[in-house]
Every structure is written in structure tokens, then in C-alpha cells.
Design a protein around this ligand. Sequence first.
Ligand SMILES: NC(=O)c1ccc[n+]([C@@H]2O[C@H](COP(=O)([O-])OP(=O)(O)OC[C@H]3O[C@@H](n4cnc5c(N)ncnc54)[C@H](O)[C@@H]3O)[C@@H](O)[C@H]2O)c1
Length: 445
Amino acid sequence: MKMITRRQFAKRMAGAAAAVAAFGGVQAEAVQKKKAGANERLGVALIGSGGRGRSLLDDFMRTGQVDIVAIADVDDEMLEKGLNKVESVQGKRPTGYRDFRKILDRKDVDAVIVATPDHWHALPTIYACQAGKDVYVEKPLAKTIQEGRAMVNAARRYNRIVQVGTQQRSAEHFRKAVEYVQSGKLGKIRMVRAWAYLDWKGGLGNPPDGTPPATVDYDFWLGPAPKRPFNPARFHFTFRWFWDYSGGLMTDWGAHMVDIAMWAMGEDPLGAMAIGGKYGYPDDIMETPDTQQSIIEFPSFSLLWEHMIGCGIGPWQREHGVEFHGVNGILVVDRGGWEVYAETDKIDRPDRIYKMMPVPRQSGSSDYSYTHVQNFVDAVKSRQKPVADVEIGHKSVIACHLANIAVRLRRYVRWDPIKEEVVGDPEAQRLVIAEYRKPWELPKI
Ligand SMILES: NC(=O)c1ccc[n+]([C@@H]2O[C@H](COP(=O)([O-])OP(=O)(O)OC[C@H]3O[C@@H](n4cnc5c(N)ncnc54)[C@H](O)[C@@H]3O)[C@@H](O)[C@H]2O)c1
């Protein structure tokens, strides 16, 4: 038996105690709750009161079927904004917390919304499942594939409803476009293209490290991410462009558009290659590529992903979208609508023969962020799976994570979709695994 010194033993025990403390009052086993009646109001709490979190508060309150009873944020300023918003609509001020674990101890909370940065999606979701709460968690499901799998396992083990914030799944026009693709009318689909060309704030410059605002518990904001000095660029909203917290535009918008490709095609990825870099902002502090092309391999087709930050026009003159290219025709869909172009037998000739009838532009649905939230509320009451169940969100973002691993390592990454691990590349496999800063640990479920 391996001997350990008294000092090593004491250190290990301190680590274990910290991990237990981190777990707070969260119960280890799920509380099995009775099925809520159709007219019963749900107690809902928000974790992460930033831009997206506060927008979701509007959608949840609009259902007229929930009471927002608590909000947690590690930044008092963001927390205050969320509390004020709810009070102005609901008339009753929720309780505010810095530590989201206190929310999970509350008996009046049926469901939580997780709208924290990506590196903080997994733990609140898993702890909430363990505490018997249902979860609406924002996309991309997780920062790493391993976390995503743990979240799926937690939802299943504790019998929880977990909806991912990919609201296109609740949009009627995306559903109709997917049904058209699945009808077979486009013929054999050999290539799918998905893209996001977002004219967003890209250039962050190079601000120096500094001290966090007095309103923020910065160590808690970092949580399981590596410890480092505060930098204003690596914080609210623009955390997306840093590997410690997110996966750049590949996961941020890939979670939306690649998800549509996965929905229509129903296959799991087998590998990915990618090229990209900071071509637009070479001296910028951001880390993730501002320009990237990824090719993701599926059993019967290839998926081409493109993104640019700071440019707003992509393929088909659309800033974002998905193109399904079949041998008979091409379907293009984005948030604004969808249409079908006919392929021809004879190209560039006046007597060209179309293989099918084109479909003119079908307009896009509106308000589907709200419909998606309503779908979650309905699922919590009926205990039926929601339209963007956690496993759907997990599988869709695997393709995006693989492309990011490929772009970081500059090589093809082969994937085993059954074992959910990289084949024959330990360095790439390390990027599948979640490395957490102590005392935070990803529960083994
Ligand atoms: N579905 C969509 O269309 C959509 C749109 C925008 C953002 N999002 C997603 O929502 C998430 C949040 O994005 P955002 O733009 O609102 O970011 P943000 O930086 O504006 O907000 C995140 C908030 O979480 C808080 N936070 C950080 N750690 C916390 C912790 N441990 N406990 C409680 N609060 C904590 C931050 O202080 C901040 O207020 C991201 O995952 C993003 O991808 C989804």
C-alpha cells in the first residue's frame, strides 16, 4: 500500500472538506416531487442576471404561470437590475443572493434558469438536479464535452426536466424547414453549411489587468476556471472570446445553427478539422478565432461551418443560416425564414432542366424565445421531455467542441460517438475533459 505522510493526509482532508463545503446544503439525492397541476404556479429562480438572464425573466413572467422567487448573481450590480425588473412586473421583489447554492436549499423553488457564462453552466445544473429542481440552461450546454455528458446523466439519474436555450427548436418555421429536409424532396443531401458572420463588438483592444469592481465576488465568477488577475475584457459578455470560459463563436452560434443541421440530419459526428485565427484583430486580447472554417465529418455528409466576427454578410447574403444542399435542390433557413432553390441537370444553359419546384421564401416565426420558455414550463408540469432536452443540446454542441479542438491543435480529430471520446489522440482527449480549479469538482454521475 502506498504510504502517505501526516502532512499529505491533512492536506487531502482539507481538500475534501472544502469540496463538501462547496457543495453547500445541496442534497445528494433528488427530492421526488409530485407532478404539478396544469394551473399550479411554479416557483422559479434565476442564476446569472446578465443580458440573457434578464431577457429570460421577461419570457418566464409572460407565461403568467410562474413566480420569480429568487435571483443569484456574483455581481451586485447585475443582481440589482434583475431584482428591480421582476419587482416592476410582478409587484413582489425576489430574494437576492450572491451564492446560487442558497437558492437550491429553498423549498419554494421548483425550477432554476442557468444563464451564467459557459464555464458556469455545468455545476449549477447538476446541483439543481440533485436538489430536485428542473432546469432551463442556456446554450452552449457546457464548456467541455465531459461536462455536457455529466449534465445529461444528472438529468436522467435525478429524473429532472432540463431544457437547453436553443430557442430555434420552438420556432415553427425552423420546424417546417427541418420537416422539408427530412421529406427527401431535396434528394440525397451531401453537404450542409452553417454559418454566423456577426458584426459584433470584436476588437477588445488590450486593456491591462486591474482590480475587479467592488460589486463583484471575482473568485466566485471564476469558479472552476483557472485563477488569474481580473481583466475587464474577460468579463461580462466578452468572456465568450476566451478559452477558459467559452469556445468563441464556434460554440456560441454553432450551438444555434449546427443544432439545426443535427436536428434535420439526425446523425452523430465522426470527426472534425478546422482552420482559423485572429486575422481581423491580430493584436487583440481575445483568444478564440475571429475567423474560422470547420469541416465536421458525419456518416453520410460533411458539415461546413464558417464564422467571422466583425463582418455581417455570409453565404446567401445572410449573417447567419443553414444551407442543406441536396442533389435536387437547396434549402436555406435562418431566423428570418426559409426557401428552396432548385438544382439543375444542365448548368449555365438556357434550356436547363430543373429537378424540382423551388419554394418561395416562407417567413420566419416570431417570439420563439418565449415559446421555448413556455415549452419548458409545460414540460415541468407534464413531466414530458421538452423540445430541446439536455441530450439534444449535448449532442449538438459536441460537433462544435470537436471543431474547436481541431482548430486549437491544427489537426483532424477523430471521434467515437458511442464512447464519447477522441480516438488515438491523448492531447485532443485532454480538451474533452473538464479541468476544474479546487475546491470545485465535476461530480461523477
Ligand atoms: N439563447 C440565446 O439566444 C442566448 C443569447 C445570449 C446569451 N446566451 C447565453 O447565456 C449565457 C450568459 O450570456 P450573457 O451574454 O447574458 O452573459 P453576461 O456576462 O451578460 O451575464 C452572465 C451573468 O452571470 C453572472 N455570473 C457569473 N458567475 C456566476 C455565478 N457563479 N453565480 C451567479 N451568477 C454568476 C455574471 O455576473 C453575469 O451577470 C451564455 O452562456 C450565453 O451563451 C444565450
